[in-house]
Write a protein that binds this ligand. Structure first.
Ligand code: HEM
Length: 537
């Protein structure tokens, strides 16, 4: 026993001093001596077990790599045998760029792990994500929630997910959006006041941070009728942002080895208890108080109505349809799925308009023309914004060139297998499309995929239709983003204000966008000086 302890201590010490090469030989010698100090038969048996296990694992991996009908598929060499290649890429936060390069090198099918393939083929969208395919979400999603307790985002069960989604989907429909506009107007006024302060001092503004504060407050007010107060504080409140960040970091990495999730989840929870606890309590208190009262009457269809009100109305019509737990789950989903994603997309538009001044000039021209004709006023409505084709093209292009999610949307091939990109994938294989890869497919989008060119959404109708069909930023099919319209609403309303009223001057105009991929691809170190401009009318 004590020999084991010593051995462990020696190994730990050796590991800690790993970078001290002078000590390494000595460490190895001491560890060897510790091993050899075990009873001889015991150490021979241990050694044999170790070698046998190693040989078994290697043979299994070799067999699996060679026996698969997909052995002809290409990709990084190591990914054929181990998920460690994928883990390393995801860990470094650069997966989406590597993923694009690999498709440029190997074509429409790229192996990214022993049983997992990234696909780049417009025809695959319907096969993988269409409702007829019955492809279920991959195990990567398991790490995005409580172990063994599926949620609306990670549920593998197609029927249960569809039933859950049906309960709440009417609240997210396009016709219901008008009731959310006043909440956006509120937050935009505060954002405007903050930007005016920055403009008066010529301070450098951390754009991703402020779009995040804005998006958090908007989704808070839309969902709960109350802002978190990020725009007032200008910084994280009670560690909420930090908590969501580390949850994403955790889920994107642990999802690769999702069998570890039931163990690691609790550790992660303990480390992030404060922010998560605050967020859940904040939401729970509001939901409980609100559910104790009847919802405001819904006679005026255009009156402001946050999500809790919308859910209460669904419950009034049919109490069986939705309960408090469903409402809590939807509120948490709104806030965790709808804040960073919208902030990333807003930042993408601002960043690219700074980089591509001709697009900015054309957008301003369209907006100023609309003001002159009296078609839009101070708080532009969603309806008015939808009639501005260049604005809509700018938003779409911002979402194409920098999709908020940067990993493949993995799905498991169902019984009977499936032919994708001309290749037969056996049942149980994980396949998926990464929105970054789809948005950079040159056959669909043209050779200038790295350019921010909103005009590509205003070209020949047939060409645009193909682009729309391979636009994967919000996913596709029955698991497509539930909050897509909310983000489009938010962006359509705030971008005109930012573009018309402010000039953004990047601190480093020539630098490319720095990012970190934690499933959400967050921009980093993008600071601008903001100046007030007078709107031409
Ligand atoms: C620009 C902003 C957004 C982007 C780019 C985005 C992206 C996505 C993507 C790619 C998916 C599909 C994931 C998959 O197939 O694995 C998804 C799902 C989802 N999104 Fe969004 N999202 C955005 C905003 C929002 C907002 C504002 C909300 C809520 C208010 C939201 C709620 C959800 C939910 C609940 C799902 C799961 C849907 C399901 O599985 O049925 N998202 N989103």
């Amino acid at each position: 026993m004590s020999a084991h302890c010593n051995l462990y201590k020696d190994m730990r010490r050796a590991w800690c001093r790993g970078i001290n090469f002078a000590n390494m030989t000595e460490d190895i010698r001491r560890i060897f001596l510790s091993v050899t100090s075990l009873p001889e038969s015991y150490s021979i048996l241990s050694l044999f077990c170790l070698i046998a296990t190693f040989a078994l694992v290697v043979s299994f991996k070799l067999y699996r790599a060679l026996a698969t009908p997909l052995r002809g598929a290409q990709g990084p060499w190591f990914a054929r045998f181990s998920r460690l290649w994928l883990l390393r890429e995801v860990y470094h936060g650069t997966f989406m760029r590597t993923n694009v390069k690999l498709h440029e090198k190997y074509g429409p099918i790229v192996r990214i792990a022993p049983n997992e393939y990234s696909i780049d083929d417009p025809a695959a969208v319907q096969i993988i994500y269409g409702s007829k395919g019955r492809f279920t979400k991959s195990t990567w999603y398991d790490a995005s929630g409580f172990p063994g307790k599926p949620n609306g985002f990670n549920d593998h069960n197609i029927e249960r997910h569809a039933a859950g989604r049906r309960k709440v989907s009417s609240a997210y429909s396009m016709t219901n959006l008008v009731q959310l506009e006043p909440f956006i107007n509120d937050c935009t006024s505060i954002l405007r006041a903050r930007l005016d302060e920055f403009a008066s001092t010529a301070a450098l503004v951390d754009i991703p941070r402020w779009t995040q504060c804005y998006a958090f407050d908007v989704i808070g007010e839309m969902t709960l009728g109350e802002r978190f107060g990020f725009l007032d504080a200008g910084k994280d409140i009670q560690g909420i942002i930090q908590t969501l960040d580390s949850t994403l970091f955790y889920a994107s990495r642990v999802g690769i080895y999702s069998f570890l999730h039931p163990i690691l989840f609790w550790l992660n929870m303990m480390l992030n208890m404060e922010g998560m606890g605050f967020l859940i309590n904040f939401i729970q208190d509001i939901v409980t108080t609100r559910m104790g009262k009847p919802p405001p009457d819904g006679k005026d269809e255009n009156a402001p109505a946050d999500f809790i009100t919308k859910f209460q109305r669904i419950r009034e019509e049919n109490p069986e349809k939705i309960d408090k737990e469903d409402i809590m789950a939807s509120a948490v989903a709104n806030i965790s799925a709808g804040s960073d994603t919208t902030s990333i997309s807003l930042t993408s538009v601002i960043f690219h308009l700074c980089k591509f001044p001709e697009a900015l000039a054309r957008l301003r021209n369209e907006l100023e023309g609309a003001i002159r004709r009296g078609e839009i006023a101070d708080s532009i409505t969603f309806k008015q914004a939808q009639k501005l084709p260049y604005l809509q093209a700018v938003i779409k292009e911002g979402l194409r060139i920098h999709p908020a999610t940067g990993l493949i949307l993995g799905r498991v091939v169902p019984k009977g297998g499936a032919t994708i990109a001309g290749c037969l994938f056996p049942e149980g294989t994980t396949v998926g499309i990464n929105a970054w890869v789809a948005g950079r497919n040159k056959d669909v989008y043209g050779d200038d995929v790295e350019a921010f060119r909103p005009e590509r959404w205003l070209e020949d109708a047939e060409v645009v239709k193909r682009r729309e069909a391979y636009f994967m930023t919000f996913g596709s099919g029955p698991r497509t983003c539930l909050g897509k319209n909310i983000s489009l609403l938010e962006m359509s309303k705030v971008i005109p204000v930012l573009v018309l009223e402010y000039d953004f001057e990047p601190e480093h105009p020539d630098r490319p966008c720095e990012t970190e991929n934690v499933w959400f691809v967050k921009q980093k170190h993008f600071r601008c000086r903001v100046r007030r401009r007078s709107v031409k009318s």
